[in-house]
Design a protein around this ligand. Structure first.
Ligand SMILES: Cc1cc2nc3c(=O)[nH]c(=O)nc-3n(C[C@H](O)[C@H](O)[C@H](O)COP(=O)(O)OP(=O)(O)OC[C@H]3O[C@@H](n4cnc5c(N)ncnc54)[C@H](O)[C@@H]3O)c2cc1C
Length: 453
């Protein structure tokens, strides 16, 4: 059996190396150097197209934890990133060229990987598996082919609003209520603003720094999904007639509708994270934090994700992929990397890794058992399966963050929660490693797991 992978980016290279090291033949098709994505500047495999940072190494941060898990699974790309690390505090940043050279050599030295330059516009017939790992800037022909399968469930742009942790909101000010008491009457959390607070907010939004569009981004916004700052530019009242409409939401402290309201909608079933409704934005992240934390009841707000609007090709994975990340109706065509609706270098390679493990299990005739959702890898996979989503919430690209994990059982003091979530993840990951036949020992310098075979 030969597995064909389209795209030698982070997900594609990780999957190719895992599969080949597991004994399966791989054909890796990459359009570069025939043509490049507009973000690529070289013909290096797994090119880091922007920052050279793979973000935090600290396992109390979910992206640090996912790296710890990938280390235990002997992720080839993470090992190369560590080999080519440059000093960056508690983050893992890499020497870009060293890393790229390392990936190129690893692919070359692998006899089971055949590499070919090809601009792919379609996949082959089954049953041999295909993996489409063509990333956020998937070339047009193939994107069109995927669109034939999934229709409007393929998106070409992100328009993402910030997500905030529920327990960081001041509930003496922010109140639960649905407009005119619809639904169960308390489906949203509401941030009330006076006129002077509204005008100050507007002024801050208009003055904020924005992320500049790339040359290849043709930012024609949908009227129903305009960035916050574009609405603010249209006039003083535009936001008050849009996402900050105050009617039908009387503040329990005054009994009157506030001058303006920002609504927060539950992002997960447990109600531990909330989405700022209609607040998709291209403001720079530092400005977003500063401006949103200046809102009433938001002084201590902790953001799980900040807003973005950018070019990004991705599918509505929970609806158009099956449990094996294959297109529904095309069970041999799997997707991996950012095109599934994860976001970021580490997340993309994680999905490539997990999918390769799944296909290795197929090859060995053993059942695939996904890491539990309490682990970082399992939470990321769960995000792509729509796990824990509040009803009606859309599938939006996400970095790994604690809001994607199931909530803790029992009540924990705020200060203890991070450590408790980490303990739970490590215990469950260890149990999963054991259940799937990997040998490990507990311990290590920081209580981490260490793999011994
Ligand atoms: C401008 C920009 C800046 C970004 N900055 C960051 C950042 O700083 N940090 C971060 O974590 N993430 C960043 N991202 C997101 C980043 O792209 C992903 O995290 C990561 O690269 C996705 O990995 P991937 O393997 O899914 O796709 P990619 O790494 O994009 O790899 C996809 C590969 O598929 C190839 N390909 C596409 N279509 C075809 C085709 N039809 N036939 C053959 N080959 C094809 C491409 O040439 C490419 O090599 C950025 C994205 C963009 C667009």
């Amino acid at each position: 059996m030969t597995i064909t992978i389209v795209g030698a980016g982070l997900a594609g290279c990780e999957a190719a190396l895992v599969l080949a090291r597991g004994g399966l033949s791989v054909r890796l098709l990459e359009q570069n150097p025939i043509q490049r994505t507009p973000a690529q500047v070289s013909d290096a495999p797994a090119e880091l197209v922007c920052s050279n940072s793979l973000r935090s190494n600290n396992p109390l941060n979910a992206v640090g934890l996912i790296k710890e898990e990938l280390d235990h699974l002997q992720s080839p790309l993470l090992a190369l990133a560590r080999e080519h690390a440059v000093p960056a505090g508690d983050a893992l940043a890499v020497d870009r060229e060293g890393f790229a050279h390392g990936v190129r050599m690893a692919l070359k030295e692998e006899p089971l990987i055949e590499q070919r330059a090809e601009v792919v516009t379609d996949w082959g017939p089954g049953p041999e598996p295909w993996i489409l790992a063509t990333g956020p800037l998937t070339a047009e022909g193939l994107a069109g082919r995927i669109q034939q399968e999934v229709g409007e469930r393929l998106a070409f742009y992100d328009a993402i609003a910030p997500i905030v942790e529920a327990d960081s909101l001041d509930r003496n000010i922010i109140y639960a209520m649905s407009r005119y008491g619809k639904g169960d009457g308390a489906d949203y959390l509401n941030i009330p603003l006076t006129q002077s607070e509204y005008l100050a907010f507007l002024e801050a939004v208009l003055a904020a720094d924005r992320v500049q569009a790339h040359d290849f981004e043709d930012l024609k916004y949908f009227e129903g999904c305009l960035p916050l700052e574009v609405m603010a530019q249209r006039g003083v009242e535009t936001l008050r007639y849009g996402p900050m409409k105050p009617v039908g939401l009387p503040d329990p402290r005054t009994g009157r509708d506030p001058y303006a309201v920002i609504q927060l909608r539950a992002e997960n079933q447990a109600g531990t994270s909330y989405n700022m409704v209609g607040f998709q934005t291209r403001m720079k992240w530092g400005d977003q934090r500063r401006i949103f934390q200046s809102l009433p009841g938001m002084g201590e707000a902790r953001f799980l994700r900040l807003g973005v609007v950018h070019r990004n090709t991705y599918v509505d994975a929970p609806r158009c992929l099956d449990d094996r990340m294959a297109l529904k109706g095309q069970p041999h065509v799997h997707l991996a990397g950012q095109i599934t609706g994860c976001e970021g270098y580490v997340e993309s390679l994680s999905v490539g890794h997990l999918l390769a493990q799944l296909l290795l299990c197929d090859g060995a005739g053993t059942p695939w058992i996904c890491p539990p959702e309490t682990t970082a890898l399992g939470a990321l996979w769960g995000h792509l399966r729509g796990a824990h989503k509040a009803p009606g919430a859309a599938h939006e690209p996400n970095n790994i963050h604690w809001g994607l994990f199931p909530p803790l059982e029992g009540r924990w003091k705020k200060a203890e929660r991070k450590a408790r979530r980490l303990d739970r993840a490590r215990q469950d990951f260890q149990a999963w490693l054991e259940a799937t036949g990997r040998s490990i020992v507990s311990g290590g310098s920081q209580g981490t797991l260490r793999r011994i075979s």
